[in-house]
Ligand binder design. Structure first.
Ligand SMILES: [Mg+2]
Length: 306
């Protein structure tokens, strides 16, 4: 099954806002409700709104990079904002890699972020579960590195591992398969247990075709089993609380991202301004105005490029 083709979504027809937009739109009942939103003021780059904010929260995929490739001009923009005295943080639905590995990627792009200035949905997940009672977790994850506190069993192809778990963590889906998803859904149907999602993204833009992220599988299992997953990361509040704890203040802050349903909706939930990047990520080559109208998620600014 591809994006937007989960159970119960066969009625879905393609919109001019593109397939990733459509996949989010199909699950909007599980997302926060949009506010009245912003004016969708068009601007060319983030330089045009730099004077209006002290803190820039930047999404990564679609704003700084596409897959492993930096977006042209993004590195220079980050440095120019910092040189102008702005606080610049990454706020990313990234959960698959331990923090040090993620930092290697950004260091390689010359972005100059301190590890503390990169706030991830993995942190939101681990922070939310830090005080949970001891639980036998099992995880959709490529590796257990950095997850020692939760000590999950890594889910592979043994059905017994699914049935033995007391709760599930959906963290990284790089080597997840339809067969493993079927094992998870069968186990949950027989015995419903909590499911925590460390990355609510349904898809991430890559160089060739979008990848299926943990959110894709979470919505699919919710459709199939009736279990309601708990999401950690944009557009839900916890990740923003971590960002504000780091920036020290939610005032004069703008969230910049390419996804209406995660970045812009998340900014509304967090009570900060929002800027939608249109040239690189989810809405690239699609009808941005149609996406805004269909979703009812209205950013303050519509920005051509970072
Ligand atoms: Mg993005």
């Amino acid at each position: 099954m591809g994006l937007g083709q989960g159970p119960g979504r066969d009625h879905l027809s393609a919109s001019p806002a593109g397939p990733i937009f459509d996949a989010y739109h199909a699950v909007r009942a599980r997302l926060p409700r949009p506010t009245a939103g912003g004016a969708c003021t068009p601007v060319d780059t983030l330089a045009d709104i730099a004077d209006r904010f002290d803190t820039f929260l930047l999404d990564a995929f679609g704003v700084l990079n596409v897959g492993e490739t930096p977006i042209p001009g993004a590195r220079d923009r980050v440095h120019a904002l910092r040189d102008a005295g702005k606080r610049v943080l990454i706020v990313s639905n990234a959960a698959g890699l331990p923090h040090a590995a993620l930092m290697e990627k950004y260091d390689g792009m010359g972005m100059g972020f301190a590890p503390e200035d990169v706030i991830t949905s993995r942190m939101a997940l681990t922070n939310a579960l830090a005080d949970a009672p001891p639980t036998r977790w099992a995880a959709m994850a490529t590796s257990g590195a950095g997850l020692e506190d939760l000590a999950p069993t890594l889910l592979r192809d043994d059905p017994a591992a699914y049935d033995a778990a007391e709760g599930f963590l959906l963290i990284g889906s790089a080597d997840w398969t339809d067969a493993r998803q079927a094992l998870l859904e069968a186990s949950l149907r027989a015995h419903p247990r909590p499911v925590h999602v460390g990355n609510p993204d349904i898809a991430a833009p890559r160089e060739d075709a979008p990848s299926r992220e943990p959110g894709h599988w979470a919505h699919r299992l919710a459709d199939a089993t009736g279990v309601a997953p708990v999401f950690h990361g944009k557009p839900f509040a916890g990740i923003y609380d971590l960002a504000f704890a780091r920036s020290g203040d939610a005032g004069r802050t703008v969230m910049v991202g390419d996804s209406l349903h995660t970045d812009i909706l998340g900014a509304q939930v967090a009570g900060v301004a929002s800027a939608l990047i249109t040239s690189h990520g989810i809405l690239r080559d699609h009808d941005v105005a149609a996406g805004i109208a269909l979703s009812g998620i209205r950013p303050d600014y519509v920005v051509r490029t970072t």
